[in-house]
Design a protein around this ligand. Structure first.
Ligand SMILES: [Zn+2]
Length: 318
């Protein structure tokens, strides 16, 4: 059989020839007709002993061997009759199901990403950092809101290029996490290896684009704001550490990892200096500094969206 339906992607039809072997076990693949589970047989050469003939066997899906032969034949027959219209219909249906899921559970799904594990702490430290520098609660709120407006405005106006660069961004991320030097922490390494093995890269990029589009809709902006709060807090942490260790931007991921392994700790004074610079930058509209903040926050937010286990959540929340 050429096609199987993926439970995790809302019944989306998966073509055996395009099925990623590492990812297929995680997709929850079933027969589109009898709905029983099927398994992938990868393309291979078949050697006939008697005639020493060799034929190519294309990748395909098989039912369990103990299933009734006539029933299998019927499924195979119906599978050959699947039209491009049917494939398209399933794709639209699957996409609509995801949109419904985003509307109801977007924040909860994002929270399954390891990068948001300590969201509450990040939110609190950002609030108290701005408060210490601004001296009053109301000034701190003004600064925080100014950053939210600035960052959301920028992300919205560059949303076109964010979507069109999605494939590149994603493959770059895949390369980064496969580099052992960048991912030092064992826990994090394990999370990322599992993530890499379980995702279907093509679908993950598609859903990433859908999630970005969704987050930019007016009703989801409060969620985008939360993501930015976390990333702005990361900006402060990483910048303070870079200053203390006298390191450049390119070492960002390594610094991040060393910090979370507890190899290095944050100097509170340097941290407050970074908050001071942030406040000055927004008050004076220092375009160079603001641009650096924007680039950091944008990439950090996009990494969170990219590393979210969407397929897992699809199964969990639907
Ligand atoms: Zn079947």
């Amino acid at each position: 059989m050429q096609y199987a339906a993926s439970i995790k992607y809302g019944g989306l039809l998966v073509n055996a020839s395009e099925c990623d072997y590492e990812a297929f076990r995680n997709l929850g693949l079933t027969c589109p007709h009898c709905h029983e589970s099927v398994f992938l047989v990868q393309g291979h050469e078949r050697h006939y002993q008697k005639t020493s003939k060799v034929t190519e066997v294309a990748s395909h899906f098989c039912h369990r061997p103990d299933k009734n032969k006539d029933a299998i034949a019927l499924c195979e027959l119906r599978s050959r009759q699947i039209t491009s219209t049917e494939i398209q219909r399933r794709e639209t249906k699957s996409k609509n199901q995801r949109l419904q899921l985003f509307n109801r559970h977007l924040w909860n799904i994002l929270l399954t990403c390891y990068k948001l594990k300590d969201f509450e702490n990040k939110q609190q430290s950002l609030d108290s950092g701005f408060r210490s520098v601004c001296k009053s609660e109301s000034n701190a709120t003004v600064v925080k809101n100014a950053y939210k407006d600035f960052l959301i405005g920028h992300i919205s106006s560059y949303s076109g290029s964010i979507i069109s660069e999605a494939d590149f961004f994603f493959s770059d991320l895949m390369n980064k996490i496969s580099d052992d030097k960048l991912v030092l922490q064992e826990d994090l390494k394990a999370i990322l290896i599992l993530w890499r093995q379980q995702i279907d890269a093509k679908m993950q990029v598609e859903i990433y684009k859908e999630a970005v589009t969704c987050l930019l809709q007016k009703k989801h902006l409060p969620i985008l704001e939360k993501l930015m709060v976390a990333s702005l807090s990361n900006f402060v942490t990483i910048t303070a550490l870079s200053v203390d260790l006298n390191l450049g931007d390119s070492d960002r991921l390594q610094i991040y990892n060393s910090f979370f392994t507890g190899e290095i700790s944050l100097n509170k004074e340097t941290e407050l200096d970074v908050y001071q610079t942030l406040v000055e930058a927004i008050v004076t509209q220092d375009s160079e500094r603001l641009s650096a903040v924007y680039h950091f926050v944008r990439d950090d937010v996009l990494e969170t969206i990219a590393f979210t286990p969407w397929a897992e959540s699809f199964a969990k929340f639907s």
